[in-house]
Design a protein around this ligand. Structure first.
Ligand SMILES: *Cc1c(COP(=O)(O)O)cnc(C)c1O
Length: 391
């Protein structure tokens, strides 16, 4: 149960916030690193502001507890980490094609993903005048049809780039399209395709220090696809890519979303709640207004379909979720205080609600729920459990 204190001067946690449990993040990192062979390194994928958890704090924590490098999607994401003083290798997983981007890659010591000869030429033009070579990762498309050189041209591509003077191939990788599917057929098909290219690379005596293929699902699923490094996002944040991948490594959700009750009121039978009166009281009841809404990242489609935790108990949400507020049924809590903290995602007492629950209700995936929380919610680092900011 959350203990409730009163009154403080900080504006940070007046209405709603995201707690980032750094203790859980550290443990998840250690657990995942412990699951790998000792020589396999862990790249922590911290794109999209570390899946909504806050990239800088997350990067600092995972690097301290077993990760050796970072993966981001864009150059600005990489620069943000460099500006915070992080000097670990950073791979940009997204496409980098324009000359101005190449300069940023070089200036900030980021590692790009190359998918084509054309892209390699843009880099080679720029790198010509550099003193030190640029470190690059080459990507092969083994069945995702996103970035990466088509597998049939994979070897020629690698063989081309290795002859470009100022480019140094430090990594070769591919990405799985369905490593979380109960049926692993597609995953092993892609693995086989990757292996075929690796054999050609070996035959040509091309040494590439880092081969990597596995995301969270593949990392949990099969050590034989780990190679030199795994690229783990979701699992670090304490969620499982699929139900059948639970119980392999113990993980705890890192992100918790909490909000305060800002007002309570009585409803008479027949009174409607919120826009469109999508909920109508059948009996006398009491509702609480929460200071969080869809502009904070609580999907409006959860209206009347979600629960929150109050004093360790499940309470239903009622009426349309609005931009900044939503209502909950607090009829069972007669002594309720305004300012009390409600948990939307996370633990309270014995109860827990995870992003998986929301994802299931909405027919989406937990990845999307996590990165849906907006910057308007302050990210509060906590060590264990919930943040107990006085009200
Ligand atoms: C996002 C991403 C990952 C991490 O995926 P998770 O399923 O969150 O572990 C790994 N590799 C690439 C190329 C990615 O884009």
């Amino acid at each position: 149960m959350l203990s409730q204190e009163r009154l403080s001067g900080s504006h940070e946690c007046e209405r709603a916030w995201v707690e980032v449990d750094l203790g859980a993040l550290a443990e998840n990192t250690q657990q995942i690193k412990g699951w790998l062979a000792p020589e396999t390194t862990l790249m922590a994928v911290v794109k999209a502001d570390a899946y909504g958890h806050g990239a800088i704090t997350v990067a600092q924590t995972v690097l301290k507890h077993g990760a050796s490098s970072l993966g981001v999607a864009t150059i600005p994401e990489g620069i943000e980490l460099r500006k915070a003083g992080i000097d670990a290798p950073i791979l940009v997983l997204g496409a980098v094609t324009m000359p101005a981007q190449v300069r940023a890659i070089a200036d900030w010591h980021l590692q790009p993903t190359l998918s084509s000869v054309k892209q390699a030429l843009v880099f080679s033009n720029y790198a010509e005048n550099l003193e030190a070579p640029l470190d690059v990762h080459l990507m092969i498309d083994t069945g995702m049809a996103r970035l990466g050189c088509p597998a049939e041209e994979g070897f020629q591509f690698i063989d081309f780039v290795r002859r470009v003077p100022k480019l140094r191939i430090v990594g070769l990788y591919s990405h799985f399209a369905a490593a979380d599917a109960p049926n692993p057929q597609l995953m092993y098909q892609q693995h086989h395709c990757f292996e075929t290219i690796l054999r050609e690379v070996q035959r040509a005596n091309i040494a590439i220090p880092q081969l990597h293929l596995a995301n969270s699902a593949a990392t949990l699923r099969d050590r034989s696809v780990h190679y030199d490094q795994v690229r783990v996002g979701l699992a670090l944040y304490g969620l499982y890519p699929a139900p059948h991948l639970r119980d392999i490594v113990p993980l705890r959700p890192v992100l918790q979303v909490r909000s305060r009750i800002t007002l309570t009121k009585e409803l008479r039978p027949g009174m409607g709640v919120s826009y469109g009166h999508q909920f109508v009281a059948r009996r006398s009841m009491r509702i609480g207004v929460l200071g969080i809404g869809y502009a904070d990242g609580v999907p409006r489609l959860l209206s009347n379909r979600m629960e929150v935790l109050l004093r360790g108990q499940r309470v239903r949400q009622v009426g349309a979720i609005t931009m900044d507020q939503m209502m909950i049924d607090v009829s069972d809590f007669q002594d309720l205080q305004e300012g009390e903290v409600v948990t939307l995602l996370g633990e309270d007492g014995q109860e827990q609600i995870t992003a998986d629950t929301w994802a299931e209700t909405l027919g989406t995936i937990s990845w999307e729920i996590l990165c849906g929380f907006k910057n308007r919610l302050p990210r509060i680092p906590v060590d264990q459990g919930f943040y107990n900011q006085p009200y």
